[in-house]
Design a protein around this ligand. Sequence first.
Ligand SMILES: [Zn+2]
Length: 405
Amino acid sequence: MHEHDHSSTDHDHSSLDRRDLLRGAVVLGIGAAGATIATAPAVAAPAAPAGAAPAAPGRAADAPPSLAPDPEAPADAPPGAAAGVEVAAPTIASCATWGAAAARGTIDTVATNPNKILIHHTASANVTDYSQAAGYQIARDIQQWHFANGWVDTGQHLTVSRGGYVMEGRHGSLSRLQNGSGTVVGAHAPGQNSQAIGIENQGTYTSATPPAQLWSRLVELCAYICDQYGIAPTQIYGHRDYTATACPGDVLYSMLPQLRSEVAAALSGTSWSVIVDNTSAGFSAGSSWLTSSFSGERYGADYRYATPAEVSDLATYSATIPSSGSYRVEAWFPGIAGYNTSTPFIVYTGTGSSTIRVDQSTGGGAWLSLGTYAMTAGTRTVVAVSRWTQGTAYVVADAIRITRL
Ligand SMILES: [Zn+2]
């Protein structure tokens, strides 16, 4: 959360109570559910202007569909970006897609490109429902909190949910980002609102660590913003660097050097990659993991599957990480209705591990990012698939790909 760009201190205190109440409603309103992560590395086309409200001055900031770029087209190389670099954009849900209310007044714009990115946290509950629906609901709640501040619209330009869903914040932010030209004036940090892109990360990171899905999307989003606007990765800051505030929380703030580093790596292109299939020498699984060639979405000849059980019976992928650095880890599996919606994938970095829950009932037959990780060099198990999840639907181990950034 953050201070206001133009509202009074009194607004601050009265609106804080309302926000807390709304947060309570958020916590009560959403149950735990399996996590999913976004799949398509393409920009969602912004829909037509949301709502049926008559066009008021400033509402023209909404992007008509024709402004959506062709995801296949090479990215423009703005000033300051390396020539020829193409940065994949994360899927970004427009205001219309996540159900934003119409803005309540004129949204100012600036023609000059922003020169930095400011990282925030929303200081809302660290929900365990990582679904797209939960992320969209919190975005709608945030917009209402910001209306309660007397603001015309959501304060920040972009939002990332704990499940890794990226959303447009203030109306008009997305089309300008996609065009790489100018932005809307936000309300996220006094003195910086017309020159800094504000990104709100849903949750509170004073002592908690951002979920892997959120982090992965945040890196991709920042890289895309830097590429589109010609912003150097060194120009990524925390809200507290410009305003006396705890935002974005001690933990997330302490990760900003890592964020700058991973964004720089994402902008530098790829140079090494390896695929480990279930038929490769680096793959290992016990006899409970059966073999199937049922789905045409498989990678290679076949894949392995097993029933969920509370046992330590991993299917493992070993690889040689050539040097310490930042790596993207992806998984390929057939997506079949009836396969598990919450399959645990474990990524081992050499110094620790992260578990990512993957919905294998859909989105198969393509590389799905499990995130970006700082890895140490060496030969070891890098990825494992666990049977330890709920339900009776099969968990599937097919192929993984590791790419140095
Ligand atoms: Zn903030």
